[in-house]
Design a protein around this ligand. Structure first.
Ligand SMILES: [Zn+2]
Length: 567
């Protein structure tokens, strides 16, 4: 194994094209990490887990000297003329990643087998550039082996001191992580890497998005369900996840039994579908759910909400006779357009076709792909074809949204699945009285709620529209004399369903207004003697417009009309 090790201010890469058939799945778009040690790594013939462990052992000591604790493993073939076969190299890189994580190093790995565009900035201190090489074999002589340090149990205080909240201090103001911190929406904390801690206001925003789409789904005849996070491997074997997706699953056990945290909801939803009989008269039946799913994919602090290990989708599974699939798909494209246009988001449609590793016959895949194409064309949408990028059980329509930096992120997806229904022996009774197999459409509109929130935070630069603002109004008393009336105003706003806060702490009115502006609160209600005498409020918008002597009912009506119009 050869490693070129660079301590950098930043590295930014973007997977462009798969270089080899065995390339890993990678999400498009740029990935940027700051203040990290990049390990350009070439895996050579004969390298294995032992070599990976050796490399990580030395790395650990080096990082300690450097006072750094973050690395990016970057597969890089150009360091050796004696490379391992790709199929052998990937497990070694994975072992290296695992070893480093187990050693408590914050570790990411860039995808294997891709042509990537990248740039980086090397720090330039004496230890910033190093190259190393490792091979299997000769164990150090006994006298060189040091006895292991006696382990001392750390106290709770020492352990607690290790639990750090992520710090986004050096990122630009427009980054959703900075916005999220300033608006107190969420945080990332050391014990749960790549997972989100939702604070009150972030959770409010997330719930509002769920309620909004669920109301639309109810109008379209959906029902809502929920299923357990854990299921034993029997279920994942039937679904094929054991064979095709296990490396991305979090596994645990219950006695003798191996269980997996669900990376997808579908298999559990199939069990709910199968718990009763269905007639053709009842189909299509549409199951919505918002359960979290757990995917051990490349993620990390570096991409914030854009790529997390625990995510919630606005997921749905639609069971329909195959002849109704096309009209159902058209309806979904319509729903998608409606949802995205509420946020003013532009999107692109792509059709992903049969991958090399797939279930079912080529004929079925072609039939399903053709139906997707027909639906997209019926809606008059332009589309690109992403060859071999379908999931292992179905071709799909992917919907990409551009973020504020012009990066494209896959959000919505619509898959037409002819395989899982057969594997799970799903059925409905047709008009001929016989049993038939339905098709399943898996679909999500927002995609991951986490990613969608990241995108809209950047899209609106934190100034969310009134209808999704976690705090729609704040009440600012001119002085402590007006506290009682301010409290009354706040209570009335809350009673009317306005999400409001009182800025009742000590401090000048000017500083409170500045604070509210930093928090991007749409309406500031200033209350002084004049307002108290006339039972009104002064309304100041975050854009700086002011209106005095506004009756509270009239202000409440204004917020209600903003909400009704998704403003
Ligand atoms: Zn599904």
């Amino acid at each position: 194994m050869r490693i070129l090790q660079l301590h950098v201010d930043f590295i930014e890469y973007e997977p462009i094209k798969k270089e080899i058939p065995g390339a890993e799945e990678a999400e498009k778009g740029k990935v940027r990490e700051e203040d990290t040690v990049v390990l350009f790594t070439a895996v050579e013939k004969g390298d294995d887990g032992e070599v990976a462990a050796k490399a990580v052992g030395e790395l650990k000591a080096f990082l300690k000297n450097l006072g750094a604790n973050r690395v990016m493993i970057y597969p890089f073939a150009h360091l050796s003329s004696d490379l391992a076969r790709p199929a052998d190299a990937l497990p070694v890189l994975e072992a290296m990643e695992r070893e480093a994580k187990n050693a408590g190093i914050e570790t990411s790995r860039s995808p294997f087998g891709w042509n990537k565009a990248y740039q980086l900035k090397v720090k330039g201190h004496p230890l910033a550039e190093m190259s190393r090489s490792y091979s299997k074999g000769v164990k150090p002589a006994p006298e060189q082996q040091k006895p292991p340090h006696p382990r001392r149990e750390l106290s709770e205080g020492e352990l607690l001191a290790r639990i750090k909240k992520s710090d986004f201090g050096t990122l630009p103001e427009t980054d959703h992580r900075v916005i999220g911190e300033r608006l107190d929406l969420f945080s990332f904390q050391e014990p749960s890497p790549g997972m989100v801690y939702w604070h009150d206001k972030g959770l409010t925003l997330r719930n509002l998005l769920v309620q909004f789409i669920m109301a639309e789904l109810r109008r379209r005849g959906y029902i809502e369900v929920s299923s357990p996070a854990l299921a034993n491997m029997t279920l994942w074997r039937v679904s094929g996840h054991d064979e095709h997706y296990k490396e991305n699953m979090f596994l645990t056990s219950l006695g003798e039994e191996e269980l997996g945290l669900k990376p997808m909801n579908c298999p559990s939803i199939f069990l709910i579908y199968k718990s009763r009989r269905w007639s053709f008269r009842e189909l299509p039946v549409r199951f919505a759910d918002f359960d979290p799913v757990y995917r051990n994919e490349l993620s990390g602090v570096a991409t914030g909400l854009f790529r997390v290990k625990v995510l919630s989708q606005d997921d749905a599974h639609i069971f329909a006779p195959e002849e109704k699939a096309e009209s159902e798909l058209v309806g979904l494209l319509d729903l998608l357009d409606k949802m995205y246009s509420v946020f003013g988001l532009k999107y692109k449609v792509k059709i992903s076709t049969r991958p090399d590793e797939h279930m079912g016959s080529v004929e079925e895949w072609e039939r399903a792909t053709k139906t997707l194409v027909k639906a997209v064309e019926a809606k008059g949408l332009a589309y690109e074809v992403k060859d071999k990028e379908g999931s292992f059980y179905a071709p799909k329509i992917d919907v990409d949204i551009k973020d504020s930096l012009g990066r494209e992120w896959q959000c919505g997806t619509i898959q037409l699945d002819l395989q899982m229904p057969k594997r799970f022996k799903l059925a409905y009774t047709g008009s001929d009285g016989k049993e038939h197999v339905p098709v399943v459409i898996h679909r999500t509109i927002y995609g991951s709620l986490e990613r969608f929130i990241g995108i809209i935070l950047e899209h609106y630069k934190g100034a969310l529209p009134v209808w999704v603002s976690p705090v729609q109004a704040c009440v600012i008393p001119l002085s402590d004399e007006h506290l009682v009336y301010s409290q009354e105003v706040l209570s009335e706003l809350r009673a009317a369903g306005v999400r409001a806060e009182g800025y009742f702490e000590s401090g000048t009115m000017g500083s409170k207004i500045r604070n509210a502006q930093l928090q991007k609160i749409p309406y500031m209600l200033v209350v002084g003697k004049k307002e108290e005498d006339s039972k009104t409020v002064s309304v100041r918008t975050r854009a700086g417009e002011q209106e005095q002597g506004v009756r509270l009912e009239s202000f409440i009506g204004r917020v209600a009309s903003d909400v009704a119009a998704n403003r």
